[in-house]
Ligand binder design. Structure first.
Ligand code: BJW
Length: 260
């Protein structure tokens, strides 16, 4: 993004009160969590799309749980990176700030974000396939794969939304309401291909919000975004945050003050 566009974005953000961030796997990449698509998206010879389905789970629950056990093992020791940390701090900066994430890794909460919607569930929870009860499942590696419900002995499944499954309607309604009610929507580290999450930026834009995309590379959203900032989220977000602080700090040498 050129300097003039950055300056106009910073000025706009300095006066914004309702800001939302929609995040995807890219925000956790710098923490060491692999993304789904692209060269790191393969596990053994399987693509995520062929494992994250109810059909794959019915066919071979042990295989699907082995994949989740492997991913849980990767995620357990890692922490949030500066991208997650800036978003957590933005709850203080903006009057209303929320994170809507497609990620299941729990790193936003670990960073301190409280106003959080997890669209696709959470990898640290499991659901009983018979009774639907949800429980925390922190052990890694799992002592038994596939794990069984301690109450009734039925198979547990990850408490995650797979392809072809509906998202929690309450969570989805809140995500659309936040998007349609914000002044700025950041779309960070997502390929913007998975629905219905990929429709949230359009809902925000229709309602008049600025859409700011942060990604290593262009996506199907890029032509429709008001700003595209190319680069790793763990560097771009701290840089935006620094510029915002400089803008709003009355003691800053440029003499620019809060614009709202
Ligand atoms: C960086 C970076 C750095 C890297 N900094 N950037 C309408 C049209 C077409 C299809 C559909 C439609 N509606 C529904 C569908 C079907 C389907 C779908 O969208 N398919 C598409 C693939 C075509 N959607 C569904 O099935 C959804 N269900 C549904 O709609 O149900 C309807 C229904 C109603 C009533 C009854 C029944 C059904 C469910 C979707 C569930 C998605 N689940 C997954 C897996 C489970 C979670 C898990 O195990 O972890 O969620 S799929 C996978 O993709 C995962 C992710 O959350 C999701 C999104 O991926 P994401 O985050 O964008 O990651 P990547 O890897 O794709 O991209 C990473 C990006 O980061 C890249 O762009 C990099 O460049 C970038 N990057 N490093 C900045 N450092």
């Amino acid at each position: 993004m050129d300097d003039t566009k950055t300056a106009s974005l910073i000025e706009f953000l300095a006066g914004a009160r309702r800001v939302v961030a929609l995040t995807g796997a890219g925000i956790s990449a710098e923490s060491g969590v692999p993304t789904f698509r692209g060269k790191d998206g393969l596990w053994r010879q399987y693509r995520a799309e062929s494992l994250a389905t109810p059909e794959a789970f019915s066919r071979d629950p042990a295989l699907v749980w082995e994949w989740y056990d492997w991913r849980r093992g990767l995620i357990a020791p890692v922490g949030p990176n500066p991208g997650h940390e800036v978003l957590a701090a933005w709850e203080e900066r903006f009057e209303n700030f929320a994170v809507i994430t497609q990620n299941v890794d729990g790193l936003h909460r670990k960073a301190g974000t409280r106003n959080l919607l997890e669209l696709h569930g959470n990898i640290w929870r499991a659901r009983c396939t018979r009774e639907g009860t949800v429980r925390e499942l922190p052990a890694t590696p799992l002592p038994r794969v596939p794990p069984l419900c301690p109450d009734c002995g039925a198979l547990l499944r990850p408490d995650i939304i797979w392809f072809g499954e509906p998202l929690d309607p309450d969570v989805l309604d809140r995500a659309f309401a936040l998007s349609a009610g914000c002044q700025a929507l950041f779309v960070i580290g997502t390929s913007s291909v998975v629905q219905p999450a990929a429709s949230l930026p359009a809902a925000a834009a229709r309602a008049g919000a600025r859409v700011i995309e942060v990604n290593l590379e262009p996506t199907p959203l890029t032509p429709y975004a008001d700003h595209f900032i190319a680069g790793p989220a763990g560097r771009v977000l701290p840089s935006l945050d620094r510029q915002l602080r400089e803008w709003t700090d009355p003691g800053h040498s440029s003499g620019k003050g809060r614009s709202s």
